[in-house]
Write a protein that binds this ligand. Structure first.
Ligand code: SF4
Ligand code: SF4
Length: 345
């Protein structure tokens, strides 16, 4: 049950394990995350949805590190989300020659479809969207908008222009195109740069499991969390792959070292605690926010429910130094000590 005032945002669920493009700025694009034929069964998806809804997630995003339209049964997944009265979002490039289930998916009435794009001509588009075909994107988008209009559907489209230094002149033509189609338009700053040499530190290619483990091994004891900060991606969002496994967050690749555990087998509290104490967050420089009272209550409840035999946090605090659970997720209880001091002090 959610804590009063708790406001969870999106549960991002990948229902397959592949993307056809090779964007050099993306861990999937450079195949640090390899494509596979794995797919989440509809049965497991329904169980994940039921749990996400019970935990208070306000919407479902059918995306994270994949192209959702590669799942030829995408419409069935959208229908299950809508049956549960949850908003459903899809993020796609539409860079596919044929999307046989485009109309069926739209008829399932997803609420919002993001279409990412990085150029108004093929030469520019393919600098970042490597392997993509702009004519497919534009044709699919026009067809999708037309289906929604002609069928009286309520799906909203948002064309998302990923802006880099080399494509700034394409911002306005794409804005005009979106306006002509009567759809929303958004400009977002590209993360990284497609021309960055692969051997540059923190290039998408560098995010191997070994690299992440090295970073974690060098993590300092203190973290922003120790100083009363929290990460919105950790507290308000959840990222689940097509096997039903939770990973640290949607900003970093699904590598074994960042796997939190099976979503269906762990309580919301244990998932939060495993994420909150994860060593990788100690070296992560993503912006944090001040911890709210609700954030603190969520952590207190997570600690209390995960270590229920201990009557109070002060007892837990006293006993922590002699207690360790190895690598089972809460990888070092000693690390909890300063964080708990922050919450109780
Ligand atoms: S389309 Fe998205 S998931 Fe696919 S390679 Fe590009 S950024 Fe990555
Ligand atoms: S790795 Fe960074 S962005 Fe991800 S949950 Fe941890 S602090 Fe947040």
């Amino acid at each position: 049950m959610a804590i009063s005032g708790e406001r969870l945002e999106t549960a991002c669920i990948d229902i397959i394990d592949a993307c056809q493009l090779k964007c050099p700025t993306c861990v999937r694009g450079v195949r640090v995350m390899q494509n596979s034929s794995a797919k989440m069964s509809l049965e497991k998806f329904c169980a994940v949805l039921d749990k996400a809804k019970s935990e208070g997630y306000r919407r479902i995003g059918l995306y994270s590190w994949t192209e959702p339209f590669l799942n030829r049964a995408l419409q069935d997944y959208v229908l299950e989300v809508k049956k549960r009265d949850l908003p459903c979002e899809i993020s796609t490039t539409l860079s596919l020659r044929r999307i046989n289930n485009l109309e069926a998916t739209l008829l399932a009435n997803p609420d919002l479809i993001y279409v990412s794009i990085s150029g108004w001509d093929q030469a520019t588009y393919q600098i970042n969207h490597v392997g993509g075909n702009l004519s497919y994107v534009l044709a699919n988008l026009e067809r999708a908008v037309s289906i929604v209009r002609s069928r009286g559907l309520t799906t909203t489209f948002q064309l998302k222009f990923i802006k880099f230094d080399y494509n700034t002149s394409h911002e306005e033509p794409l804005r005009s195109h979106a306006a002509g189609l009567g759809i929303n338009y958004e400009v977002i700053a590209g993360v990284g740069h497609p021309d960055t040499p692969p051997d540059t530190p923190f290039h998408a290619r560098s995010f191997t499991d070994d690299f992440i483990r090295e970073q974690m091994a060098a993590a300092p004891e203190a973290s922003p969390e120790t100083c009363g900060k929290t990460c919105g991606l950790m507290f308000d969002y959840i990222s689940i792959d097509c096997h039903g496994d939770v990973y640290i967050c949607c900003a970093f690749p699904n590598q074994p070292s960042l796997r939190i555990g099976s979503y269906l087998d762990l309580s919301a509290q244990e998932i939060l605690l495993r994420r909150w104490t994860h060593s990788f967050c100690k070296v992560c420089t993503m912006p944090r926010r001040e911890a709210t009272d609700v954030d603190k209550r969520r952590i207190r409840r997570a600690v209390a429910s995960t270590f229920s035999p201990l009557a109070s946090l002060s007892q837990l605090h006293n006993r922590i130094s002699s207690f360790s659970v190895g690598s089972r997720g809460v990888d070092s209880l000693e690390r909890l000590s300063p964080d708990i001091a922050m919450l109780t002090g």
